[in-house]
Design a protein around this ligand. Structure first.
Ligand code: BG6
Ligand code: MG
Length: 217
């Protein structure tokens, strides 16, 4: 039996950072006089920093030049980094480590497929970098989710076929990317929002290791 590649998104799947991205964007939206709700935020999940700003600007019907965009992008990341500065293992989402360790124990492959340029330092902060056989993040890809590039690269790095890859995602864009890549998509979060996923779990505490075992066969 060939090995399976389990590809994890980072923000909102492994760590509870989605709330910090939201806070940092909300601050910018309010400075721009744009109303930005948690519902709007769903559209930003899994999406690159640059694209996220464009979505927010479009919400407010605002057009600005590149220089001003760069200013907001810098502010966003500085605020975000200040929120995660003191991050530690306590911000790992419940049940994830158990699943990661089970996959490791079964000698299957683990990869990261994240849009974030801050992915590596975060994995270091929460002390689970060593569990990953491959990491593909926002520094490695040119096309943002729902483009499948990030997951295709991850599968390639661990030498797994796309059909042997399983993607865990909390974003609509990420689930779409996994589906486009012909991978098995697993939604982590609200099943109504992530209804395009093949499987859905509210969070990893609802996922039994038997689910992983079944995917291996
Ligand atoms: C994704 C998040 O993982 O990474 C998005 O879901 C975020 O909210 C994107 O915008 C880019 O992250 P960063 O850390 O490079 O700004
Ligand atoms: Mg995410």
């Amino acid at each position: 039996m060939s090995k399976k590649a389990f590809i994890f998104d980072l923000d909102g799947v492994i760590v509870d950072t989605a709330k910090y991205h939201f806070l940092a964007w909300q601050k910018i939206a309010s400075q721009l006089g744009i109303e930005f709700t948690p519902e709007h935020n769903e559209e930003l999940k899994g999406v690159s920093r640059v694209r996220s700003l464009d979505i927010i600007l479009a919400l407010g019907n605002i057009e600005i030049g590149q220089e001003e965009k760069n200013k907001w992008l810098t502010q966003k990341n500085e605020d975000y980094l200040s929120y995660i500065e003191h991050m530690d293992e306590t911000e790992i989402l419940p049940g994830v480590v158990n699943i990661l360790e089970f996959i490791k124990e079964k000698k299957q492959l683990i990869a990261l497929g994240s849009a974030s340029k801050n992915a590596r330092p975060i994995l270091e902060k929460v002390k689970i970098l060593h569990l990953f056989d491959a990491i593909v993040d926002g520094n490695d890809v040119t096309n943002a989710k729902p483009d499948p590039e990030v997951f295709l690269r991850a599968a390639k790095l661990v030498k797994a076929k796309n059909a042997n890859a399983i993607v865990f995602e909390d974003s609509v864009a990420g689930i779409q990317a996994a589906n486009i890549a012909n991978m098995i998509s697993v939604g982590i979060g609200d099943a109504n929002i992530l209804h395009e996923a093949k499987y859905n779990f509210k969070d990893f505490t609802f996922m039994d290791t038997s689910f992983i075992e079944a995917l291996m066969n």
